[in-house]
Design a protein around this ligand. Structure first.
Ligand code: NA7
Length: 891
């Protein structure tokens, strides 16, 4: 242990080191080890009297980790892995503390840690380009780099209940449990709070106390831990190939090597869903239940509700008193949006005669009195009150514990007054050489912490080594990079359901705290690739300075795509597909067919029927999607995408289903003729002929009398736009509105979107050249039947035009929307930020595209003179929830 009284170097009684690390928990210990190995002088400052971090403080009865020990371990040293054997599947607090002590001993870490030392202030010294720390114990410390490894759940929340000081009995906090233990036998005990700590402590306290009263504000989702030895299958997986197991964990969603479920809830029968649930229940594993049921459980309220119902059913089956069971049943937040808990006899504890539940939703606490707790209905006298009320999570230890003043004396508390802003969750603009481990903006608490901690620590120390080699001594995030990360965080959190709960993830548990999803919800693996990309792209978003005046700043945003678009494009890139245009028309069609077969099947609609209609030169196939609601329905004539060459009336099946459900309208997808067999103007003329035929047969197809609607995506958007012009010019039929999704509207390739997005976004410039060449000879290209932007635009039906930022067709779509507006056509224009050409049609793959379809469906309903308040035809409740909040995703 470092002696606080000994000044190592300085005449001015300031200790000089390269790096200070605050905290001696999982993160701090590993950092000190790595920094020392890398040749830096490192000092740990820790307020506790020994190592352990959260496991030093949280000694309440029943405290355990709820990530399996196979996964909750350091992985940086294979010898350490074989030197330590965990005794159980979930380690108890004392065992984890022993483990961390064992690690500290093994690498002799305590000698660089000053224990019993609170940092009182941290100030960036502009002249020295160093941090100056004053501490509550010993000399101040000057360091080049300051690393907060202070934990996410280390600053307990104050009780916030009046009268605490009046209480004559004993008061304990789960997060500050006395080391010598607490004697509860024969006492009347109250516990306030039913988060993980309350749920773990309750059965243990009930075993000891004369009577236990649990004060619950919000019931939590909890399922059994099944403590005991580590499951043989998990151990076998680890032992089979330890490196591979660890590597999989590093690239996984939450830091545990379990592939996510890929089937959607609606693809499974009720019996299959129940079987999966029972299996997950038997596994006794937080992560299994959160990721292995079905693909939509974490992103869609409907899929989530199916899982939540099964967990609720289990609570009812255990708790005998129906009133208590109902009070314990969580109903105000989606499953997984708030931290779920693993439990051991928790629900069964409420069947004991010495346990009572007080539902604070029905009788809130008014105050604590000398003898107990007074609700608005009664006073419950107790001898002991246990506060299991949680933490000022994620930012508490960084902001509230000591003032941090960065460049220009700016205080971090002020900078974060409206919520934390970081770059990668690791750094903050204006605070050079300050790093956070598992800070807000990193996956941290949504992951297996040990995996995230090692990744963060490695990333930081590797950067310090590289800077030393290059002669740089300061590093600071740029404002642009930080703003980009903040937006990416918001995009990610729109994808999951976390934002829908009042939880410490969002700061909602602390009165007055700024609200917002604080951890990065994009996943551990994607986060790791992003951190690596920052480095491979020349420290993108960081400014580096050297004492000799050298500066490097490669400014920019690391992720501009929507998070799911990024994943899809990365996946496609990993597949190393040959360019479609190199396959020939037949080859490309076969490829698209195969590709489509592997996508999620669309959701059920009322009916899907095929048929034949009359095209411009003979019969054409069609596919009709009918809503489940009673007809007749308004009809949308739909043209699929595929560059006039690929696809057919079935190829946009998920999109047609989704739009049929959202609009409550019939979608009739037309199998128009394709190039090169049938070149221009075959597709355009088929489009118009199909429209006429459908108008004539609308009644027998179940269509509502009156004008039709027309829609299309990509080349289909082109045909839809052209069809509207032809219908206007050729005397009908009447069209109530047009939906053009990423349409081709013009034959020139010189707009910026063609060069900005020439490659890398699936629809490439060279593919577009190929499509044009196969469909239309250069002489015909200015014909409005293929370049509708060049046609007359007055008198066209109202339009909804959607364009995507990373699409070669973006600018011609924008130009069409603008030209329509200039021609007096009512236009609604969606410019989808961060999206690519296929985003809006890749239903259930690009989840962030859903908001665009909500807007499209509203527009179609408005065109048809229907109510638009009903976002999605009353189909998918989650989409309604998302609609209000995801607007940023497709603004
Ligand atoms: P949590 O999960 O924040 O739980 C705290 C509990 O205390 C929760 O049930 C709160 O209800 C309740 N609480 C907080 N303040 C009050 C007041 N003023 N009155 C009544 N009830 C209150 O903390 P834990 O320590 O259990 O777990 C933290 C994490 O540690 C856990 O998620 C794991 O990651 C490990 P609320 O839900 O806010 O209505």
């Amino acid at each position: 242990m470092l002696d606080a009284s000994v000044s190592q170097t300085s005449e001015s009684d300031v200790q000089q080191v390269d790096v200070v690390v605050v905290g001696a928990g999982f993160a701090g210990l590993y950092l000190i080890h790595r920094l020392r190995k890398a040749g830096f002088t490192a000092m740990g400052l820790e307020s506790a009297s020994d190592v352990g971090g959260t496991w030093y403080w949280n000694r309440y009865p029943g405290a355990r980790c709820d990530i399996q020990t196979t996964d909750y371990s350091y992985t940086f040293d294979p010898e350490l892995e074989s030197a330590w054997k965990w005794s159980e599947k979930y380690a108890t607090q004392p065992e984890i503390l022993r483990y961390l002590g064992f690690v500290a001993d093994r690498y002799d870490l305590r000698r660089d840690i000053r224990f019993g030392t609170q940092v009182e202030a941290a100030t960036w010294d502009e002249a020295a380009q160093r941090w100056l720390l004053t501490t509550g114990n010993g000399t101040p410390v000057s360091c080049r780099y300051y690393i907060m490894a202070s934990g996410c759940l280390s600053s307990p929340k104050p009780p916030e209940i009046a009268g605490v000081d009046d209480f004559k009995g004993e008061i304990y906090f789960t997060g500050r449990w006395p080391h010598e233990g607490v004697e509860l036998a024969g006492k009347r005990v109250a516990i306030i709070g039913t988060g993980s700590s309350g749920i773990q402590a309750t059965p243990m306290i009930a075993d000891q106390a004369a009577h236990l009263t649990v004060f619950q504000r919000t019931p939590n989702f909890a399922y059994p831990a099944h403590n005991g030895p580590s499951p043989a299958d998990r151990v076998a997986m680890l032992e089979k190939d330890r490196n591979d197991y660890r590597e999989q964990a590093r690239w996984s969603l939450v830091g545990v090597p379990l592939p996510r479920a890929t089937d959607f809830s609606w693809q499974l029968t009720e019996a299959e869903r129940r079987e999966r649930f029972e299996k997950a229940l038997a596994a006794g594993d937080l992560v299994v239940m959160l990721t292995q049921l079905w693909a939509d459980q974490g992103v869609d309220a409907e899929g989530n509700a199916l899982a939540a119902d099964l967990i609720r059913e289990r609570i009812r089956s255990i708790v005998k008193d129906p009133g208590t069971a109902e009070a314990l049943t969580p109903r105000d937040h989606p499953f997984g949006s708030k931290r779920p808990c693993l439990e051991t006899n928790y629900f069964a504890t409420y069947n004991r005669a010495n346990v009572t539940l007080v539902n604070l939703r029905q009788e809130p606490i008014e105050r604590i009195t000398g003898s107990g707790i007074k609700t608005d209905r009664r006073t419950i006298d107790v001898d002991v009150i246990v506060f299991a009320t949680g933490f000022d999570a994620m930012t508490g230890a960084i902001m509230a514990v000591h003032p941090i003043a960065g460049r220009g004396g700016k205080s971090l508390s002020d900078v974060w007054a409206n919520g934390p802003r970081t770059y990668l969750g690791l750094t903050v603009a204006g605070f050079p050489n300050l790093f956070m481990i598992t800070g807000p903006g990193s996956p941290s608490v949504l992951s297996n912490m040990s995996v995230s901690i090692e990744q963060h620590a490695d990333w930081v120390v590797d950067r310090l080594i590289e800077m030393r080699q290059a002669g740089f001594t300061t590093i600071e995030a740029t404002e642009t990079a930080q703003a980009g990360w903040t937006r990416h965080m918001a995009d990610c959190s729109a994808l999951t359901l976390h934002r829908l709960a009042n939880t410490w993830y969002t700061g909602a548990n602390v009165p007055g705290k700024a609200q917002g999803v604080m951890p990065y919800t994009g996943g551990v693996g994607p986060y790791r690739t992003i951190c690596n990309d920052v480095v491979s792209r020349g420290m993108l978003g960081f400014k580096l300075n050297a004492p000799n005046g050298a500066e490097q700043c490669n400014d920019g945003e690391i992720v501009r795509l929507q998070p799911d678009v990024r994943l899809v494009l990365n996946m496609l890139a990993d597949m190393n597909l040959p360019p479609l245009e190199s396959l020939g028309a037949q080859g490309a069609r076969a490829f698209v067919g195969e590709f489509n077969a592997s996508r999620p099947a669309g959701r059920p609609v009322g009916e899907v029927v095929g048929g034949s209609l009359s095209g411009a030169d003979g019969p054409l196939p069609y596919r009709l999607y009918r809503p489940a609601t009673p007809g007749p329905h308004p009809m949308v004539v739909y043209f699929h995408g595929g560059g006039w060459v690929l696809g057919d009336e079935q190829s946009d099946d998920p999109f047609c289903r989704d739009m049929c459900r959202r609009t409550g309208m019939i979608f009739l997808s037309v199998g128009y003729r394709h190039a090169p067999e049938h070149r221009f103007p075959a597709a355009a003329e088929d489009g118009y002929a199909a429209l006429r035929w459908i108008a004539e047969h609308a009644a027998e197809l179940g269509g509502r009398p009156g004008p039709l609607l027309v829609a299309g995506w990509s080349a289909g958007g082109n045909i839809a736009a052209v069809t509207c012009q032809l219908a206007r010019d050729r005397g009908g039929p009447e069209i109530a509105g047009q939906l053009l999704v990423c349409p081709v509207t013009d034959c020139t390739f010189d707009r910026p979107s063609y060069s900005d997005n020439a490659t890398g976004y699936f629809l490439t410039r060279s593919l577009m050249y190929w499509f044009w060449d196969l469909y239309c000879s250069p002489a015909d290209r200015t014909d409005p039947r293929v370049s509708p932007l060049r046609g007359k635009l007055e008198g066209l039906p109202p339009a909804f035009v959607a364009t995507c930022e990373f699409d070669p067709l973006r600018d011609e779509g924008n130009a069409y929307a603008e030209a329509l507006t200039a021609a007096g056509v009512p236009v609604e224009h969606l410019q989808a930020r961060g999206h690519f050409h296929s985003s809006l049609t890749m239903v259930d793959v690009v989840i962030t595209g859903a908001n665009g379809r909500i807007q499209m469906a509203k527009a179609l309903r408005r065109f048809a003179g229907l109510e638009t308040g009903q976002d999605d035809g009353g189909v998918i409740q989650s989409r309604k929830v998302l609609s209000a909040e995801v607007s940023a995703a497709a603004e």
